[in-house]
Ligand binder design. Structure first.
Ligand code: URA
Length: 243
């Protein structure tokens, strides 16, 4: 698990490298040019130990020096992992963020053909907190189906007995709200691979569109983020919104 980053003294060259600004070897040049300051003063060397929060580059404070967490509206057709084929979600973020250490990763995954609310963070403890079943953080999805509902899906999903192909345990009870002949909202309390699609396959239907609308109490709609947009947030504020 990645440790949460706290303000501590670090070598200037290390700070610039771990925040994705460039290689350690570039830092002496930036100092010579007068681009870097620490508490408004020109640093004496690239290896001087300083607090990242005191550093400015071109008169600007460094970008999220102690951790970066993002609420993101994942568009359709993008992938969350480099192991999958397609345009990766990180392309929607500033290029420099890709070079940060620890790296950004999504909290769980949404499949390529699923859109909606996705949290992306470099904070391993937060990632663990949001995905651990212990914390009971629900996920809500809007689903469009190929065939009309048969009538027994609400009970089947709530029963705690629905088995998915290739799994050895039934799904936890899930709440299904019918919103139309072929549309539903489903609330899950666990996160299995392609879970919503597989739950509907298990009752003989097929998902044609899928969007995550909430993580816990946090709703995508309340944030007014268009597909591909994101906003950064502090960890404690995010936990409050999720509830
Ligand atoms: N369930 C799915 O089938 N896909 C997702 O991306 C998320 C939940």
């Amino acid at each position: 698990m990645t440790q949460k980053l706290e303000p501590k003294l670090e070598r200037l060259e290390k700070i610039m490298s771990r925040l994705g600004y460039g290689a350690r070897r570039d830092v002496p040049h930036w100092i010579r040019e007068g681009w870097l300051t620490v508490n408004g003063e020109k640093p004496k060397s690239a290896s001087v130990k300083v607090y990242a929060g005191d550093v400015e580059l071109d008169g600007e404070p460094l970008d999220h020096p102690f951790g970066l967490t993002v609420i993101y509206h994942k568009p359709l057709g993008t992938v969350c992992s480099r192991k999958e084929e397609g345009r990766i979600i990180f392309e929607d973020f500033p290029e420099r963020w890709l070079d940060r250490k620890p790296p950004l990763s999504s909290v769980g995954r949404l499949d390529k053909e699923t859109s909606g609310l996705l949290i992306v963070t470099d904070d391993g403890q937060l990632n663990h907190y949001l995905t651990s079943p212990k914390h009971h953080i629900s996920k809500t999805y809007e689903v469009t189906l190929d065939s009309p509902l048969q009538g027994n899906e609400v009970e089947t999903f709530a029963s705690g007995t629905l088995m998915l192909e290739a799994d050895d345990k039934p799904c936890l009870p899930a709440e299904l709200m019918i919103t139309g002949e072929k549309t539903v909202q489903v609330v899950l309390h666990e996160g299995r691979y392609h879970q919503v699609r597989r739950m509907f396959a298990a009752v003989g239907n097929h998902v044609t569109a899928l969007k995550r609308t909430h993580t816990g109490n946090l709703s995508l709609e309340s944030l007014n983020l268009q597909a591909g947009d994101y906003q950064t947030i502090e960890v404690e504020a995010l936990k409050q919104l999720i509830g």
